[in-house]
Design a protein around this ligand. Structure first.
Ligand SMILES: Cc1cc2nc3c(=O)[nH]c(=O)nc-3n(C[C@H](O)[C@H](O)[C@H](O)COP(=O)(O)OP(=O)(O)OC[C@H]3O[C@@H](n4cnc5c(N)ncnc54)[C@H](O)[C@@H]3O)c2cc1C
Length: 400
């Protein structure tokens, strides 16, 4: 690496200080590495997001994040096209909701306190692999680092510049935040709403926050042909939203997991030279319900672990990060993709079965809590389906 006298070489440079980047930066700084975190925005910044955190986040985040939790979710109301509500509550939390400006700011400050040098309002304009490191340029300067973490979200510049040809699915979503003040929450305190018939192959949601409702639609298989129409229809059908004026929704791409390049079906990588992709930049979004925050945090942690391992043990390499993601996250996403295929191909059928198979819905809640995995859930659900085959067939016929 050509080092100029006035240029500091960081152990790690993180581009993007959302949940993925801030978590990685925190772990690395805490372990004593020199870390620079660059973000084009200044935190707290607004981020289009439902802000739903599955309760399994408790297994990977220290408890202090609870100070920014807006609402605790114990149950879900499942609807089909605004009708046939079915709700199932449980006795312990299945999810939490956060506003992303507060949550992300909390994580950034934590990284800063651990020693990360954070530069905000400084967009990265280019990055380049060097023989033994990385060079990053912004309109304020030029930085050198031994390793680069690309945590710059769905439209990742790092992915575009250092992972050429990486093309994965990005789904259309629309979301609005309704200010409700101190009025009672809809569909009820401690409840979120999921409508699995509201979009052709995805779902619509209402997630309660302290004084708001996050309302949105997303299509997890294809693009939404007319997202605004679908959003408006969902809002119209949800009578519980009638008292409120719904602000114009904002769109944002959701980079759903896919293991292969869309163009040539080649496997997509997460490590290239001295660079790693985490969170949305690496398309680490659950293909069943589009959950990305948990996987952003977890991939940030896995990236930090592999960088630290490499520092401490010459036999380790950055490629170990990709192996860890494949084992821990891809294995789960593959099964989630199978479940999504069933749910979004037969949403009405699946919705009809929920009241009768409440133990399966409760088992899914345990997936959200991290007590079960998609893999164990799927195996159990499949064996129930096999043993009730005749009954299910009759139900399917009755829907034709
Ligand atoms: C409508 C919608 C609803 C969603 N709802 C949920 C939900 O309820 N639950 C859930 O788990 N997930 C949800 N997601 C997904 C979730 O928002 C993402 O998976 C999550 O934000 C990924 O975190 P990240 O850190 O990878 O990226 P981000 O949170 O996008 O952070 C990227 C950061 O990089 C910065 N950046 C970008 N480009 C540059 C650059 N060139 N230079 C410097 N900085 C840069 C940005 O300013 C940003 O701070 C939703 C997504 C959408 C679109």
């Amino acid at each position: 690496m050509l080092i100029l006298p006035d240029v500091k070489v960081y152990d790690t440079l993180v581009i993007g200080m959302g949940p993925a980047g801030a978590t990685a930066a925190y772990q690395l700084s805490r372990a004593g590495l020199s870390v620079l975190g660059l973000d084009k925005a200044t935190h707290p910044r607004y981020k289009v997001c439902g802000g739903g955190l599955s309760a399994r986040i408790d297994r990977i985040l220290e408890d202090d994040y609870k100070s920014v939790v807006e609402h605790t979710i114990y149950g879900i109301q499942f609807s089909y096209r605004g009708a046939d509500p079915f709700f199932l509550d449980s006795s312990s939390p299945i999810a939490y909701t956060v506003m992303r400006d507060r949550f992300d700011h909390f994580l950034v400050e934590k990284a800063r306190r651990a020693g990360t040098e954070v530069h905000e309002d400084e967009p990265v304009t280019s990055c380049r692999q060097l023989f033994d490191g990385i060079e990053v340029t912004t309109d304020r300067g030029r930085y050198l680092a031994k390793v680069l973490i690309g945590a710059d979200g769905a439209n990742s510049l790092v992915a575009q510049q250092l992972f050429p040809g990486r093309r994965s699915r990005r789904m259309a979503t629309l979301e609005s935040e309704i200010p409700i003040g101190t009025a009672p929450h809809y569909p009820g305190t401690g409840r979120a709403l999921i409508d699995i018939g509201a979009t052709p192959a995805g779902y619509a949601w209402i997630f309660p926050k302290q004084e708001r409702l996050s309302v949105g639609v997303g299509d997890l298989r294809g693009g939404l042909a007319s997202p605004k129409k679908i959003f408006d229809r969902f809002v119209r059908n949800e009578k519980g939203l009638a008292p409120w004026k719904v602000p114009q929704p904002i769109g944002h791409p959701l980079p759903i997991f896919s293991e292969h390049n869309e163009a040539n079906r080649e496997s997509v990588g997460l490590v290239s030279g001295h660079a790693l992709l985490v969170g949305d930049a690496g398309h680490l979004v659950d293909p069943l319900f589009g959950e990305g925050i948990y996987y952003a945090v977890r991939s940030g942690q896995l990236a930090a672990e592999s960088i630290l391992n490499q520092v401490n043990d010459r036999r380790c390499s950055l490629a170990d990060y990709e192996g860890a993601v494949r084992r821990e996250i891809y294995e789960e996403f593959r099964v989630a993709a199978r479940m999504a295929n069933i749910l979004y191909s037969y949403p009405r059928f699946c919705h009809r079965l929920m009241p009768r198979y409440q133990h399966i819905v409760l088992l899914y809640y345990d997936v959200l809590r991290g007590r079960e995995t998609y893999q164990t859930f799927y195996a159990r659900a499949k064996s129930v389906a096999k043993s009730s085959f005749k009954e299910l067939l009759l139900e399917a016929v009755s829907l034709r």
